[in-house]
Design a protein around this ligand. Structure first.
Ligand code: COA
Length: 325
């Protein structure tokens, strides 16, 4: 029996040129490389230039993903951008990316699930492709988080960075076997009771301002490992796989201690975890496609590999996706 599957055709990334190390931050606020590295695994992050926007980075990552897929912009009929730092309140930054790429057919919209945004966006694209409504989707995660940080708040500003990543996914008629390429399973979760644990203290309908990131770090940490492990378990069950079957675990890059904790709980081989948090810090919705890009570019992820994506973020939102690459 043939079925439509969303197959990853290409991946791309973009990082701003400016590198800011932990030592650089220690010149500005009361912190140290030792504290940041020991608690989070972060050593440095990239920060956008004054003339760069979320859309600028998103377009660069999208172009790289199209090039990697051997496709042209006109081949894309769906653009979904995951971001919490849009260029404007509206229109969706996805339409700026669409216009910059010269696409004027199909649809483009933003998804807001903070650090889980890329997983939510890819799962959404998968449903449209499997439903036959669109043929090829560009799924982008792009964030200029440095623009919403309170640079006086050492408990948050050391954790985040800027960047963008993108994947191209294509609907293909396949047999429906788990050995076929494509997205095999997805689980998305939210629980708004925790919305005040990680949030921005501004918005169009409340303060009329953009606001800054606020976080109860220990509380986020407390929930992260349990929620991540549960949703990964549900996703693997859906596809009939076990943690030991996974070739590459590509998690949202928030904190190395959270990633190690989840991997330990699930019995995942630490050698199979793709880590970029040391170089990129937490780039929110951009972190997974940036990590995918790094692991594809250096030849770790190969066609046919079983790849597990996972994220958790403000809301709380969390989710996982299993892909036969
Ligand atoms: N540099 C130095 N000291 C710092 C600091 C910094 N950048 N930020 C906070 N501190 C201090 C605190 O003021 C506190 O000092 P005190 O004991 O004198 O009051 C001390 O370090 C411990 O603070 P606490 O917040 O309890 O630290 P922690 O061990 O929980 O680590 C996080 C803080 C943020 C690293 C940790 O809670 C975490 O990783 N949480 C998850 C965050 C996350 O991943 N968010 C994104 C999810 S998408």
């Amino acid at each position: 029996m043939s079925t439509l599957r969303s197959v990853v055709k290409g991946v791309g990334g973009y990082l701003p040129k400016r590198v800011v190390t932990n030592d650089d931050l220690a010149q500005l606020i009361d912190t140290s490389d030792e504290w940041i590295a020991a608690r989070t695994g972060i050593r440095e992050r990239r920060i956008v230039a004054d003339d760069e926007l979320t859309s600028t980075m998103g377009v660069a990552a999208a172009r790289a993903a199209l090039g990697n897929a051997g496709l042209e912009a006109k081949d894309i009929d769906l653009i979904i951008l995951a971001t919490s730092t849009p260029d404007q309140t509206f229109p969706a930054t996805a339409v700026t990316i669409q216009a910059e790429l010269g696409i004027n057919h199909g649809a483009a919209f933003d998804i807001q699930a903070v650090c889980s945004g890329f997983v939510f966006a890819l799962a959404t694209a998968d449903n449209y492709l499997k439903g036959g409504q669109f043929k090829r989707a560009l799924v982008v995660g792009s964030e200029a988080f440095s623009r919403i940080l309170d640079w006086q708040d050492r408990s948050t500003c050391v954790l985040f960075g800027d960047g963008a990543g993108a994947v191209v996914v294509e609907a293909q008629k396949l047999n429906g076997a788990m050995s076929d390429r494509g997205i095999l399973a997805a689980c998305l979760r939210s629980d708004g009771r925790y919305r005040d644990k990680l949030y921005v203290d501004g918005g169009p309908s409340s303060t009329g301002t953009v606001g800054h990131v606020r976080m109860d770090g220990p509380e986020v940490f407390r929930h992260a490992v349990t929620k991540i492990s549960e949703v990964i378990g549900d996703t693997l069950d859906q596809a009939g796989y076990q943690a030991s079957d996974i070739d590459w675990f590509v998690p949202h890059q928030a904190n190395k201690r959270i990633l190690d904790g989840a991997a330990r709980k699930l019995g995942l081989d630490p050698e199979r975890i793709v880590i970029t948090v040391d170089k990129h810090a937490n780039t929110s919705a951009a972190s997974i496609p940036l990590a995918l890009n790094a692991a594809c570019a250096d030849g770790r992820i190969k066609q046919g590999d079983l790849v597990l994506l996972e994220a958790m973020g403000g809301g709380f939102t969390w989710g996982a996706l299993l892909i036969r690459w």
